[in-house]
Design a protein around this ligand. Structure first.
Ligand code: BDP
Length: 599
C-alpha cells in the first residue's frame, strides 16, 4: 500500500489534531458533543487520566468536522488511517464508509462523490479495543457483572505489554485520480560480484493506461535510467549497506491520451539478502545482528506515533554500536520504517501474532489459578486474522530495504500438538507473498526446546527468546550458563545449516539499585547477566546475532512480576542509560557488522 505523499497529481492533508471523543454507547447519526476531546494520534489511555477510562474496553468514539478539498470529475478523495487499534468503523455523516480489523496496519476508505460539497462533512470513527481468541494479538476476554448490575468488559492481555488503544497513527485525507497507481513493487537482483543490479518495477493501475513511465533517480536527483518493460540494468549501483544507506527513487507516471494521469515516487535500496551455511548474508557478506527488541511505547503518547522518540531511539541505537531492531510484537509505524531505510538500520519485521500460547498469562502471573491446559491450537481461532496481518504487512513493507526478514509469530506454543498444522501454511504464505522472498522466522519460546518444538525446521532462521539466569535458574548465572550453552549446542547440532538469532535475552533492572552480590534487579546483575550470555554466544558458530530484550523499559499490565512495567530495558522508559549501556557500547563497537563469525 502506497504511503500518502504529495505529487503532481496527489495532494495530502493531515487530519491530526484534537477530535471530539466519547467512550461507551453512541449513535453515530447524531453529532458528538464537545464535552470531551482526544488528541490524534495517541493512545487515549494515559491521556484521559481517569483510572476507569484508562482501562476501558469497548467502543470509543472519535469525531471531527472537515472540509473536503475540491476535486475534478476524474479524481477522488481518500481517507487514510496509519493504524487504529484494534478495530475501526468509519462513518461520514453517520453512514458507514468502511471497517478495518487489526490495530497495526494502514487502511483507506474512498469518500463517495455524494459527500463532495462546500460545507464540512462529519467524520466519525468508532475505535474498539477488544481482544479475544480470534484476534491478533490474542487477549483473554471476559465480561464482569458489577455491583450495580452493569457489565464491564475486560481484556487480560495474553502478552507482556499494555493494551494501549486509540487512533495510533496519522490520519490523512488525500486526492488522487480515479484511475491511479494502485501499487508499485520493486525488486532487484545483484550479480555475484555486485557490479550490476537488475531492477524490476511492477506498477499496478486501476484501469488500463496508454503508457507507464518509470525513471530511476539517484540521491543527487540525477536520472540514472528509464525502465523498458519494467526492467533496467544498473551498472555499478551504489548499494544499500548497513549503517550506510543509499536510496534510489523510482518515479512512476501513468499516461493517457497524451496527458499525465497519475504520478508517484517510491524510494528503494539495492541490496541482497540470503541465508546459507548457517549464516545470514547481506550484500553477499555474513552479517551479525546487534540490536534490540523494542516497543512503540513512550510516556503520555503510549503506543501513539511519537516521531521524536523514534528518531531518538534510532540515534541511541547507533550510539551504542547496534545495527538492527525487531518490530516486536507488531508492525511499527510507516514513519519508523522510512526512518530505518534512511539511516541504514536493519529491521526484522513482525506481525502482531503474539499471545498464541494458552498458558502465557498463567506463566507470567504466579497467582493465576493454573487450571488452564495446554491445548492452544484447539482454543485459538486466529488463522483468518493471521492471514490478514501477513498480507497487510507485506503489502505495506515489501519495498523497504531495511526489512531483511519476516516474523510469523512471537512465542507461540510451538511445542503443543497442532502447531505444525497451524504454521505450515502461514509460513508458506509469507514466503510466497513477498516479492523479494525474504527469509521467514518464528520466534521460539523457552519451553519449546529443540526436543519439543514442532516447527523450527519450517523456517529459515532459528530465532530464540531465552531467559537463562532470569526465568530459568533465576539469580544463578553459573547454572544459567550451563543451560544456555547446552541448549544452543543442541540447536546448532540439530540445524547445522540454519543461522541462530537470539531475539530476546534480558533481566529486569532498576536504575540505581546495586548490591555486593549477584542479586537480580540490580544494575550489577544486568551487567553480569549479559556478560555470561555473550561469552556463550561467541562460542556458537551459527549464532548470527544478539538482540537484547528490551531497548527501553515499557508499560505492561499490572502483574505480580511487574514493578510498574517491564524493566528489562537497557534504557529507562525515559531513555536514560542503565549501567550496562557502557558495557554494550564496548562490545558492540568492537563487533563488525559483517564477518564477525565467519570470514
Ligand atoms: C517474552 C516476550 C516479551 C516479554 C519478555 C519478558 O516475548 O514480550 O516482555 O519475554 O518476560 O516472553 O520480559
Amino acid at each position: 500500500m502506497l504511503y500518502p505523499i504529495n505529487t503532481k497529481t496527489r495532494t495530502v492533508q493531515s487530519l491530526n489534531g484534537v477530535w471530539r471523543f466519547k467512550q461507551g454507547s453512541h449513535n453515530p447519526q447524531v453529532a458528538l458533543n464537545k464535552d470531551e476531546v482526544m488528541v490524534v494520534p495517541s493512545s487515549f489511555n494515559d491521556v484521559v487520566v481517569d483510572k476507569e477510562k484508562r482501562s476501558y474496553i469497548g467502543d470509543s468514539w472519535y469525531e471531527i468536522d472537515c472540509l473536503l478539498p475540491k476535486v475534478g470529475s476524474q479524481e477522488e478523495v481518500v481517507l487514510r488511517f496509519g493504524s487504529v487499534t484494534h478495530h475501526a468503523t468509519v462513518y461520514v455523516d453517520g453512514v458507514v464508509l468502511g471497517k478495518h480489523r487489526g490495530g497495526f496496519t494502514p487502511f483507506e476508505c474512498v469518500i463517495p462523490a455524494e459527500f463532495y460539497r462546500e460545507d464540512s462533512i462529519r467524520l466519525t470513527v468508532c475505535v474498539n479495543n477488544e481482544l479475544n481468541y480470534t484476534t491478533l494479538p490474542v487477549g483473554n476476554y471476559v465480561e464482569e457483572v458489577q455491583e450495580d448490575g452493569t457489565v464491564r468488559k475486560k481484556v487480560l492481555e495474553n502478552f507482556d505489554f499494555y493494551n494501549y488503544a486509540g487512533i495510533h497513527r496519522n490520519v490523512h485525507l488525500y486526492t488522487r485520480p480515479k484511475n491511479h497507481i494502485r501499487d508499485i513493487v520493486i525488486t532487484s537482483q545483484l550479480s555475484d560480484d555486485l557490479s550490476e543490479a537488475h531492477v524490476e518495477v511492477a506498477v499496478e493501475s486501476v484501469a488500463a493506461v496508454d503508457a507507464v513511465r518509470i525513471q530511476i533517480f539517484d540521491e543527487e536527483r540525477q536520472l540514472v535510467g528509464e525502465l523498458e518493460n519494467g526492467h533496467l540494468t544498473l551498472k555499478h549501483p551504489r548499494l544499500w549497506h548497513v549503517l550506510d544507506a543509499y536510496l534510489y527513487t523510482a518515479h512512476v507516471e501513468l499516461w493517457m491520451a497524451g496527458e499525465l494521469l497519475d504520478s508517484y515516487t517510491e524510494s528503494f535500496g539495492i541490496r541482497s539478502i540470503h541465508v546459507k551455511n548457517g549464516q545470514f548474508f547481506i550484500n553477499h557478506k555474513p552479517f551479525y545482528f546487534k540490536g534490540f527488541g523494542k516497543h512503540e511505547d513512550t510516556y503520555i503518547n503510549g503506543r501513539g506515533l511519537n516521531e521524536a522518540a523514534n528518531l531518538m531511539d534510532l540515534n541511541l541505537l547507533k550510539e551504542i554500536g547496534a545495527n538492527s531492531f525487531r518490530t516486536s510484537h507488531y508492525p511499527y509505524s510507516e514513519e519508523m520504517m522510512r526512518l530505518a531505510d534512511r539511516m541504514g538500520i536493519v529491521v526484522i519485521d513482525e506481525v502482531p501474532a503474539v499471545g498464541l500460547f494458552q498458558q502465557f498469562s498463567a506463566a507470567l502471573d504466579l497467582l493465576n489459578d493454573g487450571e488452564k491446559q495446554g491445548n492452544t491450537w484447539e482454543l485459538m481461532q486466529t488463522s483468518v486474522a493471521h492471514e490478514q496481518v501477513i498480507d497487510e504487512l507485506i503489502m505495506r513493507d515489501k519495498n523497504h530495504p531495511s526489512v531483511v526478514m519476516w516474523v510469523v509469530a512471537n512465542e507461540p506454543a510451538s511445542h503443543e500438538a497442532g502447531a505444525r498444522a497451524y504454521f505450515k501454511p502461514l509460513i508458506e504464505r509469507m514466503r510466497e507473498t513477498d516479492p523479494q522472498h525474504r527469509p521467514v522466522t518464528l520466534v521460539n519460546i523457552m519451553m519449546a526446546t529443540p526436543d519439543k518444538d514442532e516447527v523450527m525446521d519450517l523456517v529459515d532462521v532459528i530465532s530464540l527468546n531465552r531467559y537463562y539466569g532470569w526465568y530459568v535458574h533465576h539469580g544463578d548465572l553459573v547454572k544459567g550458563e550451563q543451560g544456555l550453552r547446552a541448549e544452543l549446542n543442541h540447536w546448532q547440532a540439530l540445524y547445522p545449516d540454519k543461522p541462530i538469532l537470539i531475539t530476546e535475552y534480558g533481566a529486569d533492572t532498576l536504575p540505581g539499585l546495586q548490591s555486593l552480590w549477584d542479586i537480580p534487579y540490580t544494575e550489577g546483575y544486568q551487567v553480569d547477566y549479559y556478560d555470561m550470555h555473550h561469552r556463550v554466544f561467541d562460542t556458537i558458530p551459527n549464532v548470527v546475532g544478539e538482540q537484547v530484550w528490551n531497548f527501553a523499559d515499557f508499560e505492561t499490565n499490572v502483574m505480580l512480576i511487574r514493578v510498574k512495567g517491564n524493566h528489562k530495558g537497557l534504557f529507562s522508559r525515559n531513555r536514560e542509560p542503565k549501567q550496562v549501556v557502557r558495557e554494550f557500547k564496548k562490545r558492540w563497537k568492537a563487533i563488525p557488522n559483517y564477518h564477525y563469525k565467519s570470514k
